[in-house]
Design a protein around this ligand. Sequence first.
Ligand code: SF4
Length: 312
Amino acid sequence: MSDPAVLNPMQQEVLAALAKPPGWEPIGDDVVASVREQLRAGVAHLAGRLPEGETLWVSKHALSTVHACERNHRDGGRDFEWSIATIRGTVLHRCIELAVNWRGDPSPADVVDESLAQYEASPDGSAGEWIAALPPGERALLRGQMVDLFSKFEECFPPLQRSWRPVVESSARHELLDGRITLATRSDLTLGAVGSRVIIDVKSGVVRPVHREDLRFYALVETLRTGKAPRLLASYSLVTARPDVEEVTAGVLEAAVRRTVDGISAIADLSLGLRDPSVRPGPTCLWCPLREDCGPGRDWLAARDDPESFED
Ligand code: SF4
């Protein structure tokens, strides 16, 4: 355990926000069984509609996009292009992964350089391919922004103790309807053991309401996979140095089931071509590749006051 006396105020706030309160009790097995049954019943109507041998992948991105704007969900990924703004979160997560497992005490620049080098050495992935093709000036700009971001992570988070069992980029899956549906998550950072786990999403930009929904989905998949609910969910904004923390309760898990069932139904309808997507302008328009040709999206963007862009 870190000594709070030597931590800066931001690190002390994180430590206090994530601490297990005295008398905390895990969620009971009856709640877990109920949540499992609610989800099973909620997707049962899709059993005869989803083709055998195919898998409907349901991620936090799929759920957040289908709930935000169905047209963006269906068509927005086709024209996705990396930019410095969109790749920063990806590189940041690699930096955190390296730093947590690095022997010694590397500087932020060391970690960023290694992260970029790893991407460039495996340009088969789209992120690596994009970074490897950057002109020197653009690469220097990305490096500078990443050193700033990762320095903020080190300033904000207390040093992660081995006894906290930190795990980065941890994948989890849960299958429904004999594998026709797979719920898939990848947590930025988890602390603690099964049954009292803390799931943390690290944000390079501001925390938005949808990030709480994202983490509720993570809590649901963790509960279904392990049979035990996590203890706490936290989105942490490096730019504001503030955690948004939510305790996992029966109500949180039940809300996650309802949103997940609704999202799965919409994703299935759209992927099977059963209806046209609805169009819903909002913050997603800021980075939507369809915005040039979307009237409602252009109107929303023209009317907004905040000149700052949202970033994950
Ligand atoms: S620009 Fe906005 S409203 Fe239009 S498709 Fe994209 S997210 Fe939807």
